[in-house]
Design a protein around this ligand. Structure first.
Ligand code: F55
Length: 818
């Protein structure tokens, strides 16, 4: 399958590794640890990679190409060793070379810590997108933050989540290169002065109270086939060189250390909230810090080949990954007006052409707003600029369309006039951007109709859809090599680039010989996972059971509690009737809760406690097992997904913008049990309604029920199994000696109104699981469904998403690299 771009054979590769072990790592074959061998392998890979990196960057400079700049507070990269080897076409060569040294490549890859600089879907999407951009040969840069600590490491102690710091670069990271030649100075705080210039013009001058240094670290992003190697540039904060040496020299050593520590705090740690914004000053500073660094970097590069700003918009596209980088908008305005001397209108025209914005959520608590007083203290000049943008918008656009309508003005204003007054980042994004996209068809529709209906009336052409995707290189080729080999045997080598080519596999979906091959691979993946589960949790599970997997951040709208409630109902059925007819099932969860999200943490506790009781109950004869895998992360996902039979995608309709785990699981032959939400709808369209198990209320029905007045108690009293399961939570059955420890879950579902309609969807969910059970017993039917799923999700290749962005939003051209 792999056509090596590099003609290195395994002998040469082996020699290189040994050479680097001795000369770069300073050790020898006899003494070397696994970690040293892994490092030596990475250095060998880098040798080739840097060469491609340099030629790519030189070509982009020489051809003066238009490029997209993907601004994201998060890039959830995971591990890079196997990925880089696959994309360089050197995986098998390296594997063979290491075998001759008695080393196992997969085993060495386990030495690499995950680069977990993201929370979940949004951060992982950014990682898939930069992979696709490089693969397709587009000039692109990722810009973000170089967090010292990524998302916390999750430990489970007596069933509860405990957060531990993640130190992904404690012992050095072979994939990043520091670029001291491109450091930036970033101002903060201070005040704005109005000055009368020599040109007789009144200008605004920001007199900052503080300056922070931004140090760039580059991660090379290797496209599949390794023609293009783009850059992910992450900014680390340091104390500036304007450092107060006088304080230092006058005995202020301790004070000066404090200033240094404060500067370094900015890129110290990733905020672990998904879906709720923290509203903390440090987070606003993080956002401004990386946006300002990135814009200065763009400006510096632009000025190497241009003397005015006429070509700026034609050359530069900036994509805002959610509202987290929104402050880039007033920052670019400030740079162009205050520093480069452009007129307001010229600067505004540039900004409206350069920026575009991706929305990832409709949840009101996730829409970012900043208190005006905070904004003013940290970024005084930016607040002035935002006021000016707002005044012009309200006058020229809103008042023109809805004369005298103060309600609409209040609603569309960038400033929320509540107490305290707040800056609405999403409004600023929509007003400035030339395109605003949602991440799945239904989500984009709801963005237009429910979230921004008036903006949509003002500018109907602004809103569009780009359905998410995932890179099949990581999520199939690399994580499920046996299935990848079977596909290559069957349809040839084109599929990792053109995933639609797998449609040709569909004609074997009924072929018993092919079904056996396919299901043998699934079985083998399950057996491998059995060992991981044992090692990580001590729980014994059988690979003969159905592996039913729900992996995603913990949130009430994603409804892990619905899954748990159903597990309890199954358990009770088995207790009441030991012969209750069901195929053995292992329910597997992987999930982190935001540290401050109480109910989410309680749900994790409940899953663990219910699981403990079930797993140790001899009466149910191993028909049911519950596994909570600690510390869910990209590298664990790569082990879970290939082993899944069933994919749980059970969010309340209208709340999951897209989902991307749903795509990865289907791609690896799991059957979706899902609601008509996010990209599930499009997955069902692609694989066919017969090949997934759809259940539950639709978006319209959810709205209807809420409008009518939803009362969860109705369902509690009407369904004895729901009642029994919820009442069970009041007892100490799952927490012996501690009754009431699981009460908060019942409370959320009854007393607090069950915001996400868990009880309303329960009966349909239960029926759906019965369908899953009966489908699985028909081995041929199940195999056929699994094959059709894996072969029919070509649409969800992130390459397709990127081509959609290019066509609708970025308008880039591919660039051949010499
Ligand atoms: C992170 C930080 C903040 Cl402050 C808010 C949200 C997040 C975050 O991680 N959001 C997130 O992951 N959203 C998800 O984005 C995915 C990619 O578009 C979607 O598939 C998914 O539906 C959505 O929840």
């Amino acid at each position: 399958m792999e056509k090596p771009l590099f003609t290195l054979d395994k002998e040469e590769f082996r020699k290189e590794v040994v050479h680097h072990l001795r000369t770069t790592l300073g050790t020898s074959e006899i003494k070397a640890s696994k970690q040293a061998w892994w490092m030596a392998t990475c250095v060998t890979i880098n040798h080739m990679l840097f060469e491609r990196l340099t030629s790519t960057q030189q070509t982009h400079l020489k051809k003066d190409t238009r490029a997209v700049h993907y601004f994201s507070a998060e890039f959830l990269m995971g591990r890079l060793t196997a990925n880089n080897l696959h994309n360089l076409g050197l995986y098998k060569v390296c594997e063979e070379a290491l075998k001759d040294l008695d080393l196992d490549l997969a085993d060495l890859c386990e030495e690499e810590p995950d680069m977990a600089l993201g929370n979940g879907g949004l951060g992982r999407l950014a990682a898939c997108f930069i992979d696709s951009l490089a693969t397709l040969g587009y000039p692109a840069l990722g810009y973000g933050l170089h967090y010292e600590h990524g998302l916390f490491r999750q430990e489970i102690r007596d069933g509860r989540q405990v957060e531990r710091p993640d130190s992904w670069r404690e012992y050095g990271n072979p994939w990043e290169i520091c670029r001291p030649e491109s450091v930036q100075d970033i101002p903060l705080y201070g005040y704005v002065e109005t000055v009368f210039g020599d040109d007789c013009k009144v200008r605004k001058v920001w007199r900052p109270g503080r300056v922070i240094k931004g140090v760039p670290w580059d991660i090379p992003i290797v496209g599949f086939g390794a023609q293009t190697v783009n850059i992910l540039r992450l900014w680390e904060s340091r104390a500036s060189d304007f450092f107060d040496w006088d304080v230092f020299n006058h005995g202020g050593y301790v004070d000066s250390q404090k200033e240094k520590a404060e500067a370094e705090t900015i890129s110290k740690v990733l905020y672990p909230n998904d879906e709720t914004e923290a509203g903390k000053e440090l987070r606003l500073i993080q956002q401004y810090f990386f946006c300002a660094c990135s814009l200065k970097d763009i400006m510096r590069r632009y000025k190497r080949t241009h003397t005015d700003f006429k070509a700026f918009a034609p050359q530069i596209a900036i994509q805002l990954n959610d509202t987290h980088p929104t402050v880039a908008i007033p920052e670019l305005m400030r740079e162009l007006i205050d520093e480069e001397g452009l007129e307001w209108q010229e600067a505004w025209d540039i900004c409206t052409k350069v920026f575009s914005y991706t929305n990832h959520t409709l949840l009101p608590e996730a829409l970012e707003t900043w208190p005006v007083y905070l904004f003013e203290r940290v970024l005084p000049r930016h607040l002035e600029i935002i006021y000016e943008i707002n005044a012009r918008f309200l006058k020229n656009e809103v008042d023109a369309k809805w004369p005298g309508n103060n309600d609409i003005k209040r609603k569309l204003s960038i400033i929320d006039e509540g107490n305290p007054r707040r800056v609405r980042m999403a409004n600023l994004c929509v007003i400035t951007s030339h395109k605003v996209n949602g991440v799945a068809e239904i989500h984009s529709k709801l963005v237009k109709e429910d979230l921004f209906p008036e903006f949509n009336e003002l500018w109907p052409d602004k809103f569009c859809n780009v359905t998410n995707g995932v890179t099949p290189r990581r999520w199939l080729l690399s994580c499920n090599q046996e299935l990848a080999d079977l596909f290559t045997e069957t349809v040839g080598t084109a599929w990792p680039l053109n995933l639609d080519a797998l449609r040709a596999v569909n004609k074997f979906a009924d072929d018993p010989a092919f079904q056996k091959k396919f299901m043998d691979i699934k079985q083998h993946n399950k057996q491998k996972l059995v060992k991981v589960i044992k090692a990580e949790t001590g729980i014994d599970v059988s690979a003969e059971a159905i592996f039913d997997i729900q992996i995603k951040r913990l949130h009430e709208y994603k409804r892990q509690q619905l899954n748990l409630l159903h597990i309890m109902v199954l358990y009770r059925r088995l207790l009441l009737n030991p012969d209750y007819d069901m195929h053995p099932r292992v329910f597997i969860f992987g999930s982190k809760a935001a540290p401050g999200y109480r109910v989410a943490k309680d749900i994790i506790y409940a899953i663990n406690k219910v699981g403990e009781r079930i797993n140790n109950d001899p009466r149910i004869k191993d028909k049911l097992k519950v596994v909570f895998m600690p510390n869910y992360r990209v590298s664990l996902a790569e082990k879970l997904i290939p082993a899944a039979d069933v994919s749980e995608q059970i969010s309340t309709a209208g709340y999951e913008a897209s989902g991307t785990g749903n795509m990865k699981l289907a791609m690896n032959g799991a059957i979706t049990i899902g609601t008509l939400d996010g990209a599930n709808i499009e997955i069902a369209e692609e694989v066919g309604e017969d090949n997934c198990v759809i259940f539950g209320l639709t978006v319209e029905q959810v709205k209807e029920l809420k409008a009518r007045g939803y009362n969860p108690w109705d369902y509690y009293y009407a369904n004895p199994e729901i009642k029994a399961a919820l009442d069970w939570l009041d007892t100490d059955y799952f927490t012996p000696g501690h009754p009431g420890e699981l009460q908060s879950i019942k409370k959320a579902l009854l007393d607090y109104g069950d915001t996400y309609l868990t009880l309303a969807d329960f009966a349909a969910y239960d029926e759906a699981h019965k369908r899953v059970d009966s489908l699985y017993r028909d081995k041929a039917r199940w195999a056929k469904m699994a094959i059709i799923n894996a072969a029919s999700v070509g649409k969800f290749n992130s390459d397709r998403s990127i081509e959609d962005y290019i066509r609708q939003i970025w308008h880039l051209e591919k660039c051949d690299i010499a």
